[in-house]
Design a protein. Structure first.
Lengths: 619, 159
């Protein structure tokens, strides 16, 4: 007998850390205790996306969305919902301003505006069961590609669909496939680039964790189109759960005859191995990644020759990002006409973004290309928490830049397909590859870090420079030395020792590094500096000329003091700051105002963090 | 060096030179670092220059030439964690443990590392201790996290 209810418990990395597996165990116990095990099935799924309110659970077929569920809520939940048919009000999602909770997942703003293609199966299947994937039309596109289409037809469909590489640069996928197909040399290789190094982006992890078979199917279709014999999934060392799930999926696909020799009697031979990264950001760059797979140092090399001609073991190799591969099966299944209707003129389809930072609804969202930042941050993201002012959004990780809040209401220039620049009256900045590049940032892998008035843009630039400087492999001089010089200057500025000459030098070095570095890491490393200099120059000037950090982030420029009235009236001189101060610079008695001895204070800012009453004033 | 363990790691990877990184990862997992004699043994057995083994060991972040603690603490300094104040959390760990980032406590109980993005940005700021992940960490919660493992070990020692 089929189950009457399916209870989908999120087991993505975020929810597991919030003990969703305890919730699952409690549910299974309770259901057995009440003899409902033949009516209700508990399914552990991959990441649902709305990480901010985990652990999550969705009850199907009604699509009732439960948030922040704990094991002790389970008896009530089973009693009320599964037996009496009444959703439990206190566990439903309730937007901050709304009067009543929203029971259905499809009505919640965070989900309502999304369009799922790459993440089509998220939360609907158990990622460790191939049968679940097959039940959702999985491997149907493969069958179509093997039995009804020639390799040329597959490439034509992918080209016409307008799919572009989701790893950041946006190279047309069909064109890349065609190049590898035409390249001479056997065997040919396919690589899935899952070295998701951009801090603030986690869509690749989520796809591996929630729907690993979609990647395998995409690679299989690619193998048929290109004529590849072997595939490699390169996965980041920091993602143990993703690694486990892709390995399980590959094993299952082999058992089902979907990987190996003569797949589905079509004559296609293809198998996939997994390489675990060892923690080097530069390995996200394709030539460095190939070096790493070959067991060498992850040093990038000059291109051309491109991997399409000279790749893994010197053979033609097609490298695409995880999200790109996951997009392939639906395009083959539903046709390029369907896919190319979604998105903008030059950027087709959807893009997965990780919406994080100072935004209310943090998590993973998939939206049509061309959506505006405003829609993303306010309609889906629910705006900025704590009545703070929205300042900027950082896209594209260390290779990207910061887009100021004002930009969302300004008409911006757009590169028309014929190459002429044409001013368009966009009220809001639409997100696609070109418009983000135009404002000096880039799509990157899709990290969107929202920043509010409490974020210092000079500090953000310094943060990214510290990152790229640390991760620079050292192979070429502009990147190795240039990033170091830029970081030194930025460190001086945040410490209050910067000069106007520093600022000029910073800008000059940034351009040199951008134009002369060997690989993408160095070429894009100055972007965070250049965009903040362009849009937030006043903040740099405040640090240099007035020795002030307007956002009170750069600690060397801050002074900390305790408001005696708030300290006593609200906090009753609780003394938390005195106990936590590492320098023992805070003095005071219970019920008495506390004060900071400025000669002892090292400006670490701990007092601000620990005070429950906001009595510590930063100036 | 436990020869049988190393030999089995080499066998698992078919004795291939190209699998040296994967072998080193297994060694790292087994020992929490790459002991010098193991590197020498691998280099001799696989006929790879020792300098190459060392270059891999020092290039990739996953490897360490010194023992890491039994409970390796990683404080995420990804962008989302950074804008939500992860640096102060890292500093609090440094003070509480009396070590600097990259060091291990003398009793080898805790190692402290910074890591660039664990991909759990929705829960920023994030800290992992071994396999356990802690989200929305605050300066005041650092104490409790450390104590949890101290208690675990104390209980274990009693048993």
């Amino acid at each position: 007998m089929p189950y009457r209810v399916h209870c989908m418990v999120c087991a993505g990395t975020g929810c597991v850390s919030n003990r969703s597996l305890e919730v699952r165990d409690a549910l299974e116990n309770e259901i057995r205790k009440r003899g409902l095990q033949d009516e209700i099935q508990i399914v552990t799924t991959g990441c649902n996306g709305f990480c901010a309110v985990g652990p999550l659970m969705v009850v199907q077929p009604d699509g009732i969305f439960y948030q922040q569920v704990s094991a002790k809520d389970v008896p009530l939940l089973v009693e009320e919902h599964f037996i009496k048919g009444r959703p439990v009000q206190k566990l439903l999602y309730k937007p901050p301003e709304a009067a009543a909770p929203i029971p259905k997942m499809s009505d919640i703003p965070f989900f309502k505006h999304q369009r799922l293609i790459a993440l089509r199966n998220r939360g609907l299947i158990d990622p460790e069961k191939i049968e679940d994937y097959i039940a959702r039309d999985g491997y149907q596109a493969l069958v179509k590609a093997l039995t009804e289409m020639t390799p040329e037809q597959i490439i034509e469909v992918i080209t016409k669909s307008g799919l572009r590489g989701r790893g950041g640069a946006g190279f047309p996928t069909g064109v890349k496939w065609q190049k590898v197909r035409q390249a001479k040399g056997e065997p040919k290789y396919i690589i899935c680039n899952g070295d998701e190094g951009d801090p603030g982006a986690f869509m690749d992890r989520s796809i591996f964790e929630s729907d690993p078979h979609s990647v395998i199917e995409g690679m299989l279709i690619g193998a048929r189109a290109i004529g590849a014999r072997y595939g490699v999934v390169y996965i980041r060392n920091e993602y143990p759960l993703a690694l486990e799930r892709i390995q399980i999926a590959i094993q299952q696909a082999r058992e089902y005859g979907l990987l190996g020799e003569n797949i589905l009697d079509s004559g296609l031979d293809f198998d996939i191995s997994v390489t675990r990264g060892a923690g080097a950001f530069v390995c996200g760059e394709e030539t460095a990644l190939i070096a790493s797979v070959e067991g060498r140092l992850g040093d990038p090399r000059a291109r051309p020759p491109y991997p399409a001609e000279y790749g893994l073991w010197g053979k033609p190799t097609c490298i695409n990002n995880v999200e790109t591969w996951a997009n392939v099966p639906p395009i083959i299944l539903h046709g390029w006409e369907w896919y190319s209707q979604i998105g903008t003129e030059r950027s087709k389809g959807t893009k997965v973004f990780s919406l994080v930072g100072k935004v209310r609804n943090t998590g993973l969202v998939e939206v049509p290309m061309g959506i505006t930042l405003r829609q993303l941050i306010y309609d889906i993201g629910g705006g900025i928490p704590g009545d703070k002012k929205f300042k900027a959004v950082q896209t594209g990780g260390p290779s990207g830049g910061c887009i100021p809040a004002g930009m969302m209401d300004q008409p911006i220039e757009y590169i028309a397909p014929d190459g002429k620049r044409e001013a368009r009256d966009y009220l809001d900045l639409p997100i696609d590859y070109e418009s983000l590049t135009d404002v000096g940032s880039m799509m990157g892998s899709g990290g969107l870090v929202v920043m509010d008035e409490d974020t210092c843009m000079v500090d953000v630039a310094r943060y990214f420079l510290a990152f790229t400087q640390d991760e620079s492999c050292g192979a070429c001089t502009p990147c190795r030395e240039g990033t170091k010089l830029m970081l030194d200057i930025l460190n001086r500025i945040v410490d209050g020792h910067g000069t106007m000459d520093d600022l000029r030098a910073l800008e000059e070095i940034a351009w040199v590094v951008k134009q002369t570095s060997l690989c993408g890491l160095g070429k894009t490393a100055p972007n965070p500096v250049l965009t903040t200099l362009k849009y937030f120059r006043d903040e740099y000037l405040a640090h240099i000329e007035a020795h002030k950090c307007p956002a009170h982030v750069c600690r060397a420029l801050n002074t900390y003091r305790i408001d005696p009235v708030i300290c006593v009236e609200r906090g009753h001189g609780c003394g938390v700051c005195r106990r936590e101060c590492p320098e023992k610079a805070i003095f005071g008695e219970k019920n008495q105002p506390h004060r900071i001895d400025q000669t002892l204070c090292k400006k670490c800012g701990v007092c601000v963090e620990v005070c429950h009453f906001n009595a510590v004033i930063v100036e | 060096m436990d020869l049988a363990t190393i030999e089995s790691i080499i066998r698992q990877h078919g004795g291939q030179k190209s699998a040296l990184i994967a072998m080193l990862q297994d060694v790292q997992q087994q020992y929490t670092y790459l002991p010098k004699d193991v590197l020498q043994y691998l280099s001799r057995t696989l006929n790879v220059p020792l300098s190459r083994a060392y270059s891999l060991a020092t290039f990739y972040r996953a490897f360490s030439l010194k023992p890491k603690g039994r409970h390796p603490i990683s404080v995420c300094l990804g962008t989302a964690c950074h804008v939500k104040g992860a640096v102060k959390i890292l500093e609090k760990f440094e003070r509480e443990l009396g070590i600097k980032t990259g060091q291990t406590t003398p009793d080898l109980m805790f190692g402290l590392e910074q890591v660039r993005c664990l991909g759990c940005c929705g829960l920023a700021p994030v800290v992992t201790v071994g396999q356990d992940l802690y989200g929305k960490v605050t300066v005041s919660k650092v104490d409790q996290i450390i104590k949890r493992y101290q208690k675990q070990e104390a209980a274990h020692a009693k048993a």
